[in-house]
Design a protein around this ligand. Structure first.
Ligand SMILES: *[C@@H]1O[C@H](CO)[C@@H](O)[C@H](O)[C@H]1NC(C)=O
Ligand SMILES: *[C@@H]1O[C@H](CO)[C@@H](O)[C@H](O)[C@H]1NC(C)=O
Ligand SMILES: *[C@@H]1O[C@H](CO)[C@@H](O)[C@H](O)[C@H]1NC(C)=O
Ligand SMILES: *[C@@H]1O[C@H](CO)[C@@H](O)[C@H](O)[C@H]1NC(C)=O
Ligand SMILES: *[C@@H]1O[C@H](CO)[C@@H](O)[C@H](O)[C@H]1NC(C)=O
Ligand SMILES: *[C@@H]1O[C@H](CO)[C@@H](O)[C@H](O)[C@H]1NC(C)=O
Ligand SMILES: *[C@@H]1O[C@H](CO)[C@@H](O)[C@H](O)[C@H]1NC(C)=O
Length: 466
């Protein structure tokens, strides 16, 4: 079994608040409020989840922001009171189910308040480790439909007016009709030595730090089976050389393109196995192998995975909407330390698959989205969305300074991870920085350090609806 104790004790919450109104942009600002505070829940400098403060009936929740789903669920204290419909609800996420009853209450997010907002009072959640990270809620930022909103679907099946199931954002947009309807999201990098890409989450206003996004090309949302934040990917390159793409799982995708979901609820990424191999095989020193000691849900991972030198500075870039977005080398892999040999290995954070026929080829989660500021624009008429919806992206990664940061950050990460293991300084497999003087927090027997491979689990527990 995994031992999560040391990991979660080390988890810290880094809070950065931002965002003022931008005037004179094509996104008309509706109010003068500050943006919503976005927290990164990080461990040893690795960002695992992005959450915000949500209140329901005056109760505070730490809620994941999730562009892969549309509903709110909360895990309240037992004495929490709300307008209980008694209607059971089950939300099937990619990583597991969340179930409970449908309730209504007053929901607050930043300066925004919605009365009679529908939510799920969750009593069962098999999406592991979320509560252990201090997370007890989720707010969905995707489209309204019976497919993306189990609340809407369940209310409709129960004979209620499905409008009652409107997502929080739709209710906010309804408060100021006839204007653009959008959210802007920047996901911070806790270990960012550049200090540029701070976390930011704004509704109907832009964070001025990223105001340049108004000049970015508008990327239309592509239609698929389920209404999602889904766009075309023109290419993926390694040091400027494109890798071959397989055919898209979407019959309407232009030849040579793949289709991705942008999902803040997925910490890492899901990519076709063929593309993973094409990319990682071009990274000097990368090896496809079984990593001794790597476990998933308590079981050894017997399959081969891609490993890279921990200090790799290879730049992988993604082409979307006519722009090229460099991915920080630190976002390609995570450090794993074997508890017996004490060897640090940097393992790919791209999971193979899943391509869903006519729905999507890839999921770009937080490890991609940290590299660009994203505006999710629902269009003028929210009732028609995702028709008329679009995305604008502003690159946040300077490849040169990113490359300069790698060795220092990786040294710190390996030191932190080996200290979590109670192990002496780790040595990095395949070259790269080794820990210099790790603080020994747990003496005695070396133990398996699971803090790194937790990211595999989180990849599987993606908050994208099935
Ligand atoms: C967020 O919630 C935490 C815990 O309830 C609270 O301590 C903190 O002050 C809140 N932050 C904001 C900005 O409301
Ligand atoms: C999740 O719900 C589905 C029904 O939608 C069910 O088939 C599955 O067994 C559930 N999984 C768990 C772990 O409860
Ligand atoms: C709401 O959820 C909490 C936490 O799971 C649970 O203790 C409580 O019983 C639920 N309330 C109802 C009415 O289901
Ligand atoms: C709606 O849900 C309630 C509570 O579970 C149930 O009593 C009622 O029969 C449902 N109505 C329909 C039409 O399914
Ligand atoms: C990838 O596509 C983008 C447009 O989306 C383009 O700007 C870039 O030059 C392309 N990269 C390569 C290596 O062809
Ligand atoms: C990574 O570290 C190894 C061993 O110290 C070194 O040989 C190699 O040049 C480094 N690679 C990069 C890209 O810095
Ligand atoms: C290493 O971790 C595994 C899996 O948790 C455990 O079974 C084993 O006993 C650990 N080995 C040592 C030397 O602590």
């Amino acid at each position: 079994m995994w031992s999560f104790g040391p990991f979660f004790i080390l988890a810290v919450i880094v809070e950065r608040s931002h965002a003022l109104v931008v005037r004179g942009t094509r996104f008309q600002s509706r109010d003068q409020t500050n943006g919503v505070t976005l927290h990164s829940i990080a461990d040893d400098g690795l960002d695992l989840r992005y959450t915000t403060n949500l209140t329901v009936n005056g109760q505070n929740f730490n809620a994941i922001i999730d562009t892969g789903s549309s509903d709110i669920w909360v895990i309240p204290p037992a004495d929490f009171t709300f307008d209980n419909t008694g209607i059971p609800i089950l939300a099937p996420f990619g990583g597991g189910n969340v179930s409970g009853v449908i309730g209504f209450g007053t929901v607050g997010l930043g300066s925004y308040t919605v009365q009679q907002q529908v939510f799920q009072n969750a009593t069962f959640i098999d999406v592991g480790l979320v509560e252990d990270l201090g997370i007890n809620a989720l707010i969905g930022l995707a489209f309204e439909s019976t497919q993306t909103s189990p609340l809407t679907a369940t209310l409709e099946a129960n004979g209620s007016n499905p409008i009652a199931g409107n997502p929080f954002l739709y209710n906010i947009f309804a408060q100021t009709p006839g204007q653009d309807n959008f959210v802007g999201i920047s996901l911070s990098r806790t270990d960012d030595l550049e200090g540029t890409a701070d976390a930011s989450f704004t509704i109907n206003e832009l964070d001025p730090t990223y105001a340049g996004v108004v000049n970015a090309p508008t990327i239309p949302v592509v239609a698929g089976i389920i209404d999602r934040w889904r766009i075309l990917v023109d290419n993926i390159s390694v040091n400027g050389v494109n890798v071959p793409f397989p055919s898209s799982a979407l019959s309407n995708a232009p030849a040579g393109s793949l289709v991705t979901i942008l999902d803040t609820g997925t910490p890492t990424a899901a990519i076709p196995a063929q593309v993973i191999s094409s990319v990682f095989s071009q990274i000097p020193g990368a090896v496809f192998k079984v990593v001794d000691g790597l476990v998933l849900e308590g079981s050894p991972i017997a399959e081969q995975v891609w490993t890279v030198p921990c200090n790799t500075t290879t730049i992988v870039s993604v082409g979307m909407g006519g722009q090229s977005f460099p991915i920080h080398p630190l976002d390609l892999s995570a450090v794993f330390i074997n508890n017996v040999t004490n060897v640090a290995t940097c393992v790919s954070q791209w999971s193979p698959g899943p391509a869903n026929p006519d729905d999507f080829d890839m999921i770009f989660g937080d490890s991609f989205m940290r590299n660009f500021y994203t505006v999710f624009n629902f269009g003028d008429d929210v009732s028609q969305a995702p028709a008329g919806s679009s995305i604008q992206l502003l690159s946040q990664t300077n490849p040169t300074s990113a490359q300069q940061d790698v060795a220092k950050v990786r040294t710190a990460q390996i030191a932190a991870a080996s200290s979590a293991a109670g192990a002496p300084a780790a040595t990095a497999a395949g070259g790269g920085p080794a820990a210099t003087s790790p603080a020994t927090k747990h003496s005695g027997q070396p133990r398996l350090v699971v803090s790194r491979c937790i990211l595999f689990l989180f990849t599987i527990f993606a908050f994208a609806l099935q």
